[in-house]
Design a protein around this ligand. Structure first.
Ligand code: BGP
Length: 470
């Protein structure tokens, strides 16, 4: 659709930025924090681990000051379960609570809306050792953890996100690390874990509505659109297969409280359907999220499966690179889009399309909780970082957001990944996303100084103009 007039970004639009605890905080074993799975899993040896990360734990005041100067209206971050309840189920750690109270108070002091993710990839390692998400008991552990957060921070937090990118953890499990024995769980186990996460999430949403009636809560999934490689009907079916399995099946359960029919057929046919109790279906139905958060990076292009091993592409373990699945879909190339230095498709129009689809399907307000470009940023001798490519990337996505708003989508905020440099899930500090540079190398911690990139000044102007730069 080509419009004569574009709708402006709404008043109160949440211009923000994102991080997650384990990729940003560091202090991995300080003040009572216990290890999480990401601390203990195996990661590529040639990149940084998560022990110090950007040392936000010791720099939070300075960081929030920089966010305020940037003009952020909202800041999306996660709480580390392992700081709050170090063994996952037992004692609450007062030092963990104190850290997040201080952080949230600091944000509120500057008028920055905290958007809190309950859980971003970092399951307590002690729980994992007892079976982790494969065990139903982890549902109760999660709900209790959520209850502690709602009780302690409910007065100060208006927006909550449940579980970050459940679909990444289930469909691209290697992206967040590999267990010490080198073995990733089977698909059947992963889907059982996923089912338990859905129940945990639904119960947390209900609890939030009960304990914090003024707050809003929603799921945060990695959502994208799949293009068919050609107009061959078989390619269209394959694209629909994979879009349903990767995106809609997760959102249908989280938002509508029911398993998608095509997804169920797929699970049953392959013998990987989880055990679903009757009472689970009631819990799922009663969850009722207030909004949908999506992390959008790129689209993918899909062709019909050839029904043999060539359907599987070589590179696994990356959340934006589609792997292929025999009998379901095959990854294909899109000649009409560029790619980042890390092979992720750059597709701003795909964001508009994805927003339309999500809104049309669920009719709930949408918050973009991640979007950005990972790049090997260079710090110049004069302490500048000229990340014009980031300005270009964000600005083109913002243009498409405004078009989506004009299309009728109820978009309430934009929190690009990441407001400041953090460790990538599996590609270290070579791959940076922030508007603020953190001066450290892969292994050399240097001085961890915060340096504003060129994009910082640009984003500051964009926020100031409520998204309307000439
Ligand atoms: C998302 C994750 C984030 C983040 C981002 C960028 O899937 O939710 O935690 O890291 O991707 O990915 P990466 O760090 O792999 O470049």
């Amino acid at each position: 659709m080509i419009y004569k007039t574009l709708k402006p970004f709404p008043k109160g639009f949440l211009w923000g930025g994102s991080t997650s605890a384990y990729q940003f905080e560091g202090a991995w074993d300080e003040d009572g924090k216990s290890p999480s799975i990401v601390d203990m899993y195996c990661h590529p040896q040639d990149v940084s681990d998560f022990k110090v990360a950007s040392d936000h734990y010791h720099h939070y005041k300075e960081d929030v000051r920089l966010f305020a100067e940037l003009g952020l209206k909202a800041y999306r971050f996660s709480i580390a379960w392992t700081r709050i309840i170090p063994d996952g189920v037992g004692e609450v750690n007062p030092e963990g609570l104190a850290f997040y109270h201080n952080l949230i108070d600091e944000l509120n002091r500057y008028g920055i809306e905290p958007i809190v993710t309950l859980y971003h990839f970092d399951l307590p390692y002690k729980l994992e050792k007892q079976g982790g998400w494969s065990e139903r008991s982890t549902i109760d552990a999660f709900v209790r953890y959520a209850e502690v957060l709602f009780q302690n921070f409910g007065e100060k937090v208006n927006y909550w996100l449940t579980i970050n990118e459940q679909n990444t953890m289930i469909l691209h499990p290697g992206a967040i690390g590999v267990p010490e024995n080198g073995k990733l769980p089977s698909k059947k186990t992963l889907y059982q874990q996923s089912h338990h996460m859905f129940i945990a999430q639904a119960r947390a949403m209900q609890l939030c509505h009960h304990l914090c009636p003024n707050a809003k809560i929603g799921p945060a999934l990695n959502i994208t659109s799949m293009y068919a490689e050609t107009c061959r009907p078989e390619d269209a079916i394959a694209a629909h297969n994979w879009e349903t399995i990767r995106c809609w099946s997760f959102l249908d359960i989280a938002v509508l409280g029911r398993y998608n029919a095509l997804f169920l057929s797929y699970l049953n046919d392959r013998g990987i359907c989880p055990t679903i109790l009757d009472e689970d279906l009631v819990v799922l139905k009663n969850a009722q999220p207030d909004f949908i958060a999506i992390n959008y990076y790129s689209t993918a292009t899909i062709a019909a499966s050839k029904g043999n091993a060539t359907d599987i592409s070589a590179r696994a373990g990356d959340q934006q690179i589609m792997l292929g699945e025999q009998g379901v879909y095959r990854a294909a190339d899109n000649p009409f889009v560029d790619k980042t230095a890390y092979g992720w498709v750059i597709d701003p129009i795909g964001l508009r399309l994805t927003l339309r689809k999500v809104y049309e399907r669920y009719n709930l307000p949408i918050l973009i909780t991640e979007n950005g470009i990972g790049a090997p940023d260079q710090l110049n001798a004069d302490n500048t970082v000229n990340d014009d490519y980031r300005i270009d990337f964000i600005s083109k996505h913002v243009t498409q957001m405004q078009l989506a708003i004009t299309d009728g989508v109820e978009l309430i905020g934009y929190c690009p990944w990441s407001v400041i440099d953090v460790v990538s899930t599996h590609q270290g500090y070579g791959k940076r996303y922030g508007f603020i540079y953190v001066n450290r190398g892969e292994f050399d911690l240097k001085d961890l100084k915060r340096i504003k990139k060129k994009s910082y000044y640009w984003y500051q102007q964009l926020i100031n103009a409520n998204g309307q730069l000439d």
